[in-house]
Design a binder for this molecule. Structure first.
Ligand code: ADP
Length: 370
């Protein structure tokens, strides 16, 4: 099925008092509400301009330089690939960049790109200098990926027409555009595709201070009364991820409205998060179930992630993409050539004393060293 490209452009003018004078003339808005996948609150909370974005300073500065340089030279911005765990701002960057450039943005998803014909409308619709954002670009079929190479390199596509003796190839020239790809799995992107991106940026987890800043700003946007300590608490329990910080904040708002006259104090925030099963490290029940399954069923590992996923009855991809990155980052889990293993910290977190563990399985199998 060919999806109609979503074209974002134009839109109403915002307060521009904090515009960067260098970029000011180019600012243009488009409406997040145009993006079907975005809920109401998401549209309110997602930064619409790069200067609204918190954290990721190094990535931010490199992108800002590339944008300014492209504008000064009146050139099309080079193709950009963002990778990193979900909820860290790949889509936010990808939708802010065209606003900085004052160009249109089409949004597509790699999962719907099954054959070259699925991507043709996006390519032929692309205006000069505009942005085509492909989320989950690693899910594109190989034939689509190969079809994209000349489009990315020479702004040209070769479309096969007819069959047998009547077969011929039609060369279509495209307007120069910028492809922005986002992926949670940079390892699944083939080298030829990866190499065609001029800028490749990895987004990492946010610090607690950065998340607290996001929470404070978003509490204002949601017109919430939020204690500064409650903001810290939400930030601490958001697994380094702005999307989760926003989800936790919305839940605390609901809880405060229903149980505490709308005032989100530290106690209210703690009670609300506890009720959702979010622990001191910000882990939820699925995160803990992952650790507990490795301990209970696989004696702490090493174990392949597919085996754990099947036991838990969840898709291996969602463990790898959504659950594991933060557990690895927090050193609750390690990845070894033979699979995932709990660490001493991971064991303690699920209430197992490290010395309960059987060390009689050879030194290379030991979970940790004393
Ligand atoms: P991804 O595309 O990496 O999955 P998103 O860009 O959709 O993540 O981010 C999820 C939400 O987190 C956004 O809607 C936005 O509200 C918030 N967010 C992400 N990055 C930032 C940031 N740098 N500053 C403030 N909020 C952010």
């Amino acid at each position: 099925m060919v999806r109609n490209p979503i074209i974002l452009g134009g839109g109403d003018q915002q307060d521009d008092s904090s515009r960067d004078p260098q970029l000011g003339a180019y600012y243009d808005n488009f409406r997040d509400s145009d993006r079907s996948a975005v809920g109401d609150d998401d549209a309110v909370l997602r930064p619409t301009r790069m200067f609204d974005m918190v954290g990721q300073r190094e990535v931010y500065e490199r992108i800002e330089i590339a944008v300014k340089a492209a504008q000064k030279r009146s050139e099309t911005l080079g193709h950009i690939l963002f990778d990193g765990p979900p909820g860290l701002g790949k889509t936010t960057f990808a939708t802010c960049i065209p606003r900085e450039l004052g160009v249109e943005c089409q949004i597509a998803n790699g999962a719907t790109m099954r054959a070259p014909k699925d991507i043709v409308p996006y390519l032929t619709n692309a205006q000069e200098g505009s942005v085509l954002f492909i989320d989950e670009i690693h899910r594109m079929q190989k034939t689509v990926e190969e079809f994209l190479y000349p489009a990315m390199e020479d702004f040209r596509i070769d479309v096969a027409m007819g069959e047998g003796v009547n077969a011929r190839t039609l060369n279509i020239h495209l307007k120069p555009f910028t492809l922005i790809g986002a992926t949670t799995r940079t390892g699944l992107i083939s080298a030829p595709l990866r190499d065609r991106f001029v800028i490749r940026e990895h987004l990492d987890f946010y610090t607690v201070d950065e998340l607290a800043e996001i929470v404070r700003r978003n509490a204002l946007k949601l017109k919430m009364t939020l204690d500064p300590q409650a903001a810290e608490e939400i930030a601490l329990r958001s697994r380094g991820t702005p999307r989760l910080a926003n989800n936790r904040l919305r839940w605390v708002r609901d809880y405060a409205d229903a149980r505490a006259d709308g005032v989100a104090s530290l106690t209210v925030a703690r009670d609300a998060l506890q009720m959702q099963g979010i622990d001191q490290l910000g882990l939820d029940s699925l995160d803990r179930k992952f650790l507990e399954t490795i301990w209970r069923v696989f004696q702490g590992g090493p174990v392949g992630v597919e085996a754990v996923a099947h036991t838990m009855n969840v898709a291996p991809d969602s463990l790898v993409d959504e659950v594991e990155p933060y557990l690895l980052r927090s050193e609750l889990l390690v990845r070894t050539p033979r699979g995932r293993r709990l660490t001493a910290k991971g064991l303690k977190h699920i209430g197992v004393e490290p010395d309960e563990f059987d060390f009689g399985r050879g030194s290379e199998n030991r979970l940790f060293d004393f």
